[in-house]
Design a protein around this ligand. Structure first.
Ligand code: AGP
Length: 613
């Protein structure tokens, strides 16, 4: 996944492009580049590494001549390599032979080798699939002498996913764009316009956005927006959204990393999701769920489809919805679901969970399910994202922008939305006892305060991180509704500290993983009070008897004789304990990674949203 920004207007061009790109660095950061149009010529600069490397080596011509020109136009790109290793030659922007066009791209061109055979007379400078597009535009433009017409022809031939931004020397005031399956948003300013992969890149300058749809292509000038669609080439009118994210929300607000800031935002996220949807003990998804209660009551089965952390949220949702709404739930990893010929009958609801709303496998699964004409529900954190727009209904997790690649507040936002949806289903199906329903709501209301309590005293976690960050392997064990939290704790640790970690259902340990345990292996056990506490304590003792170092999440009053390190947590309703138990695991991963001097917000090889297969 990559980050793109284009600008046309009168501001300081390089400042807008570089600052915008830095807000998109979480989308990919192995190389970057910028291109501007000045005096009828394209100037391009690219570098391997972080955006700072490219910024530090920018030649002077990117500053002086440009700033004398009234209207400035340029584009920039930060890359997460798919085709072609990270290198200056493979960095975007890419340029055609005649240096008439310069282009940046996010996505994968699946038929690029086939298309390359049609471009024999062109000289390629890179190994990328992207470069094919700019030469193809050049080839077709020779006949049409019309950029829009050329884009229309090119994108009827191209297979795969793309969000492209292009500038042509013969159309100096225009920024051209096209998108399919990769996100692209227009930022609408006063006598200036932006095109970018995501909102944060433009938030400093505008809060008015147009979310382009699949097949859209067109251009912006400083005062004009023209959008067409490949299906009919008729001009489209797209809704302009006002997004009231404060630019400060995108900044770190004094925290060392975005991830730490987002960990600390969780009590507020959970609280906001609860209070904004419960009125006089009634849960209300008004404006979100467009499926009427009659149809919801007929649901016989639920699928939950997601990837990574969002998949772990789905697993928690399964336990809760089955227990209270009495509906069978099947949870699938999207990349498996889309290829396994799933059996989906009518009266099924398929829920797609995605923070970004742009994860390729999750979106492909959505398209598959929509072919079956099955009701779909998104749980998503980005208004206007593809999932947000293409699911029949979407519950918005209201977390604000999540910048850290490791998902934290989006996860707890997803959990609370799944809890509320499960309770809503249980209530309308009249399968939950009135008192129990009331007690569950009361318990849920208390959770944000308990989360605050944990976040207000993290010293013990810091000590554990210091003591165990040199270890090479961790095992995380949980049972029941906390088994997914064991998986999530392991994922957090491995994805930002690069320490190998495995999450496992505690009852499964003696079926294999117990062979791994020795005195060098820390075993994190989620042993907070609940229906399975005795069981998990016997698993804990099994691990201890193999000399494991036991790090246990427990409540006050638990027996501690076999525990080497106690993490004392407030006792909460078992069903909602994932919201609390995940916090020390997020913090353990964060502090271990920080001690190991890892790039916490932008861990190696990862991207915030995997918009390619
Ligand atoms: C979680 O910390 C990871 N960054 C990753 O597993 C992520 O949850 C996954 O890629 C799904 O992303 P999404 O929620 O945007 O679809």
């Amino acid at each position: 996944m990559c980050g793109i920004i284009g600008y046309v207007g009168e501001k300081n061009l390089i400042k807008v492009l570089i600052n915008g790109l830095k807000k998109l660095e979480y989308r990919g950061y192995d190389s970057s580049g910028v291109a501007i149009l000045s005096g009828g010529k394209i100037f391009r600069h690219r570098a391997v590494g972080k955006i700072l490397e490219m910024e530090k080596t920018l030649p002077r011509k990117f500053f002086s001549p440009v700033e004398k020109e009234k209207l400035k136009i340029g584009l920039a790109h930060t890359r997460w390599a798919t085709h072609g290793r990270p290198s200056e030659e493979n960095a975007h922007p890419h340029i055609d032979c005649g240096e008439q066009f310069v282009l940046v791209h996010n996505g994968i061109i699946e038929n690029y080798l086939e298309l390359k055979t049609k471009l024999k007379k062109h000289k390629f400078q890179s190994e990328t699939d992207t470069e094919i597009i700019v030469h193809l535009v050049e080839e077709i433009y020779e006949k049409t002498r019309n950029v829009l017409e050329s884009l229309n022809t090119v994108f009827k031939e191209v297979k795969g996913s793309y969000a492209i931004v292009l500038i042509c020397v013969n159309e100096p005031g225009k920024i051209f764009f096209a998108r399919k399956d990769s996100p692209l948003v227009l930022g609408i300013g006063n006598n200036e316009n932006f095109v970018a992969s995501d909102i944060p890149a433009m938030l400093e300058y505008t809060n008015k956005f147009i979310f382009l749809e699949n097949g859209d292509y067109g251009f912006v000038t400083d005062r004009e927006v023209k959008i067409y669609n490949l299906k009919n080439n008729i001009e489209q009118v797209r809704k302009e959204h006002k997004i009231n994210w404060d630019p400060v929300m995108v900044e770190r607000a004094g925290y060392k990393h975005f991830m730490l800031k987002e960990i600390y935002e969780q009590p507020l996220v959970v609280k906001e999701n609860i209070v904004s949807r419960i009125f006089a003990e009634e849960i209300n998804f008004k404006d979100e769920i467009k499926i009427n209660d009659k149809k919801l009551k007929q649901i016989k089965k639920i699928f939950i489809i997601a990837c990574g952390t969002s998949y772990h949220a789905g697993l928690v949702g399964k336990y809760f919805i089955e227990k209270f709404a009495k509906i069978p739930v099947e949870v699938d990893i999207a990349s498996e679901f889309r290829y396994r010929d799933p059996l989906i009958e009518k009266d099924t609801l398929v829920i797609f969970i995605s923070q970004s709303g742009e994860t390729a496998d999750t979106l492909a699964s959505l398209s598959l399910v929509k072919e079956y004409k099955i009701t779909t529900l998104g749980i998503c954190n980005v208004i206007g994202s593809t999932l947000y727009r293409e699911a029949d209904s979407t519950i918005y997790t209201k977390c604000g922008p999540e910048i850290g690649v490791a998902s934290t507040k989006a996860f707890t936002g997803q959990l609370v939305c799944l809890y509320l949806f499960g309770l809503y289903l249980a209530k309308i199906k009249s399968v939950v006892d009135k008192d129990e329903y009331k007690n569950l709501l009361t318990s849920l209301y208390k959770i944000p305060a308990f989360m605050e309590q944990i976040l207000n005293d993290t010293n013990q976690i810091k000590i554990l991180a210091k003591k165990y960050s040199q270890k090479h392997d961790f095992l995380f064990l949980g049972r029941g509704i906390n088994y997914p939290i064991a998986l999530e704790g392991a994922l957090k640790l491995k994805e930002i500290s690069y320490i190998h970690a495995e999450g496992y259902p505690a009852g499964e340990m003696k079926h294999g993983p117990i062979a791994l345990i020795d005195k060098d292996m820390p075993v994190v056990v989620i042993a907070t009070k609940g229906s399975l506490m005795e069981k998990i304590f016997s698993n804990l003792e099994e691990a201890k008897s193999r000399n494991a170092k036991i790090i246990a999440l427990i409540n006050k009053g638990s027996v501690t004789k076999n525990i080497d390190e106690k993490v004392l947590l407030p006792e909460v309703e078992e069903q909602f304990s994932p919201l609390v138990n995940v916090l020390p695991l997020q913090l353990l991963a964060y502090y271990a990674a920080d001690i190991l001097k890892r790039d916490v917000d932008q861990p190696r090889n990862l991207a915030k949203s995997v918009t390619v297969e």
